[in-house]
Design a protein around this ligand. Structure first.
Ligand code: NAI
Length: 271
């Protein structure tokens, strides 16, 4: 059900690859809530993905940008402002990739070129996006930026490997930039720490089936879905959360604060 929470707002959505993507669901929800959006993804992902289908459904232009390229980001923000005829109110950063995870490299045998690449794509890209917007003065006062993260930034999940370090850095950048953009322009910046979710990026992690069902059993409300994540993100883009900034917000059905649950205890007692 829509409530026009984003009526009149304009936003850029990074990271819709296919209909399972968290960014895909968020794009749809933002438009249902009255927003106008621009979609973007890395040029290579757009060739593989189905973004044009989403663009047609959302009546949104697609402007390719590799989030590690300042040139691409400059072009994206400039074109987006031309398209909207003004500044931007919200940004979703829904980007993650680790070559080490993709290639199954264990944490104790990382390739450092891959590690650099992973940090650049998954974490520094948020800084690049924010710095580009800041320098172009592309965001309206009370604008809102959300980036997606995972609890492996705080606790060890062995097969999440170097993505855990990338997520820690991502959360730190959102906090640090949140200060600077807050005092400049009242822009708020937060991360949402989402439950494991079946998407291309999620399913790439070794043992994913194990930890999605473990998280389901550990969370009093069960795992949060991509659609529910989209709903939560809409609230953060709306005017109802104007004073929330520099936070890492767990959207995980209670997983992060559960020590043990009855289903997991029962499972352990069988051993
Ligand atoms: P996804 O695979 O659908 O989305 C990842 C996106 O990153 C893709 O659209 C991909 O094209 C984009 N991307 C990769 N390199 C890029 C680059 N250089 N420039 C621009 N875009 C680039 O998967 P999902 O799960 O929707 O991922 C979105 C975010 O949610 C990621 O940050 C991920 O780490 C995070 N997340 C995912 C969870 C899960 O279990 N699926 C749990 C918690 C957080």
């Amino acid at each position: 059900m829509a409530h026009n929470l984003l009526q009149g707002k304009k936003g850029i959505i990074f990271g819709a690859l296919d209909e399972n993507s968290i960014a895909w669901k968020t794009a749809e929800r933002c438009v249902q809530e009255g927003a106008e959006i621009v979609l973007t993804n890395a040029p290579i992902a757009m060739r593989m993905g189905e973004i044009n289908k989403l663009a047609a459904a959302c009546n949104a232009p697609v402007i390719p940008a590799d989030a590690t390229s300042l040139e691409d980001l400059n072009n994206l923000f400039t074109k987006a402002m031309e398209h909207f005829g003004g500044k931007i109110d919200f940004i979703l950063h829904s980007i993650g990739m680790s070559v080490n995870v993709r290639k199954g490299k264990p944490y104790t045998d990382l390739d450092y070129d891959f590690f650099h690449k992973g940090l650049d794509v998954s974490a520094l890209s948020l800084h690049r996006v924010l710095q580009t917007a800041y320098k172009l003065d592309a965001l309206n006062e009370w604008g809102s930026v959300v980036a997606l993260t995972y609890i492996a930034a705080q606790r060890i999940f062995p097969d999440y490997s170097d993505m855990a370090d990338a997520k820690s850095l991502l959360e730190s950048i959102s906090r640090s930039f949140g200060y600077h953009y807050g005092i400049k322009n009242k822009v708020r910046i937060n991360t949402i720490s989402q439950s494991p979710t079946r998407t291309t990026a999620g399913s790439g992690v070794k043992g994913f089936n194990g930890f999605i069902s473990y998280a389901e059993k550990m969370s009093p409300l069960g795992n949060a879905t991509a659609d529910q994540c989209a709903d939560y993100t809409v609230t953060l883009f709306s005017d109802y959360t104007r004073m929330v900034t520099m936070q890492n917000l767990f959207h995980d059905g209670g997983f992060s604060f559960t020590g043990i649950s009855y289903p997991v205890m029962e499972q352990m007692e069988k051993e």
